[in-house]
Design a protein around this ligand. Structure first.
Ligand code: EPU
Length: 418
């Protein structure tokens, strides 16, 4: 197990370049299952989740070449339709092979993902979508087995709860179905928009991109041909560095981003007293007054992202007064709070609401990562804590942040692996 040691840091400076989005590249890699041609993805982040998904699609029979930030996936020899427990247990997003495997091969078996540190995270809505498209689903021996002997048929898919992964599986499956599919109450995240654009560039007609009602005219079983595509910038990575600058009151340029994907994070950091300058592909954040307390409610895009609440909670520990965070997406996403308290934070928890009383003096100690975003928040806490903070089990962090220690060090953070 690796640890990261963060020492009290006076300020950050300079600029940081943001990598491609983990949560966009994963569905795009799964979408390559819909093609038997070589698919080229660029701006691919060098993170563990990409490595894990590479292994999954290679085990299914695809050939993968990864050169710097380019990924070439050749699905011409893809011939296996079982995603095993070992594959899915390591990374829940492996469930995203369900829709494309079923669409291409009319059959697949995918291990049921287990529980997860941030909540139960069922996949009932993914299955409901596949059933709407005509699949017969059985669950046996811990596996989802899906059959569509006559191929998938376009249908209405109505989600009673917004789901990012469920929408992605539905989009990929519908892309090769026969006829028209309408997805009602679809997720609208930028990662969903990119997947829609990718499928469209592969020859599928898609209307309503970016809205909550998406209409897909499937290819009726024909495989797709995708042009080279650049993965969108990682809005959560960008937001994480912005929170680090906010807590220290430093001026930082965050480059290679789409600022419009970060509007909610920007507006909350402004409310806390940060100055934010927005340019085409860049945000400059600075602060010269004390942090003000704020209230946050997590919601589906364009609401405040659940993937940013732990990082902004770290900033709230230094605000002058009581801030609140209401977590509405996952039932167990306050795992970082116990570790924050061990560093000296004053936080009260009541159901899905955390009240953070600031400002408080933080002290470095040993803390443990519980999930990807909680780990990032502990690094941010370590920047302002007195002395040294050792974050244990940072494997979580490496799943989704490219070269996080190198990037933080390059902007002046006192941070190293140990
Ligand atoms: N849900 C169901 N049934 C389903 C699917 C989801 O009840 O069949 C529930 C979930 O339990 C949760 C809510 O719906 O309460 C939203 O889950 P969603 O399906 O939208 O999440 P996801 O697709 O599993 C993605 C991101 C997460 C991010 C969430 C919400 C990827 C690979 N993962 O997960 O990212 O938190 O959307 O925005 O895109 C992260 O990057 O750290 C991360 C956890």
């Amino acid at each position: 197990m690796k640890n990261i040691v963060v020492s009290n840091t006076k300020s950050l400076k300079g600029s940081v370049n943001i990598s491609g989005a983990k949560n966009s590249v994963l569905p795009l890699m799964c979408a390559t299952i819909l093609s038997d041609k070589v698919c080229e993805l660029v701006n691919v982040p060098n993170v563990e989740d990409v490595e894990t998904l590479k292994k999954v699609i290679v085990a299914l029979g695809s050939k993968v070449e990864h050169i710097n930030d380019k990924l070439f996936v050749d699905g011409s020899a893809l011939n296996k339709t079982k995603a095993t427990y070992g594959m899915v247990q390591k990374m829940r997003a492996s469930i995203l092979v369900l829709g494309p495997l079923l669409a291409r091969f009319k059959h697949c078996e995918v291990s049921l993902p287990g529980g997860c540190a941030i909540g139960d995270r069922p996949v009932n809505l993914h299955l409901k979508a596949m059933e709407a498209l005509g699949a017969e689903i059985t669950i046996h021996d811990g596996y989802i087995e899906a059959f569509a002997p006559d191929g998938l048929k376009g249908a209405d898919i109505i989600f009673d709860k917004i789901t990012v992964g469920g929408t992605e599986n539905a989009l990929m499956a519908a892309s090769m179905a026969k006829g028209k599919t309408r997805i009602f109450n679809a997720a609208q995240e930028p990662e969903i928009v990119q997947l829609c654009e990718y499928l469209k560039s592969g020859g599928v007609s898609i209307k309503g991109i970016g809205s909550n009602n998406i209409e897909i005219n499937g290819s009726a079983g024909n495989l797709l041909t995708f042009p080279p595509t650049a993965v969108i910038p990682d809005r959560i990575e960008a937001g994480t560095y912005m929170c680090a600058a906010a807590i220290l009151g430093s001026k930082l340029e965050v480059n290679d981003i789409h600022p419009s994907h970060l509007i909610n994070v920007v507006s909350k950091l402004q409310e806390m007293g940060c100055q934010i300058e927005i340019e085409k592909n860049k945000i400059t954040i600075s602060r010269n007054k004390p942090l003000r307390p704020i209230d946050i409610t997590t919601a589906e895009y364009p609401g405040f992202p659940t993937d940013m609440q732990a990082q902004i909670m770290a900033v709230m520990t230094q605000a002058e007064g009581a801030s609140t965070v209401q977590e509405n997406l996952f039932e167990n996403r306050f795992m970082n709070v116990a570790e924050f308290r061990r560093m000296g934070a004053n936080i009260k928890l009541h159901n899905n609401m955390a009240t953070i009383i600031g400002p408080c003096k933080l002290e470095g100690t040993d803390v443990t990562s519980t999930d990807l975003r909680a780990s990032a928040s502990l690094l941010i806490m370590g920047l302002v804590a007195k002395g040294e903070t050792t974050v244990h089990e940072v494997e979580h962090l490496l799943r989704g942040y490219e070269d996080i220690v190198g990037k933080f060090s390059s902007i002046g953070a006192e941070m190293k692996f140990s």
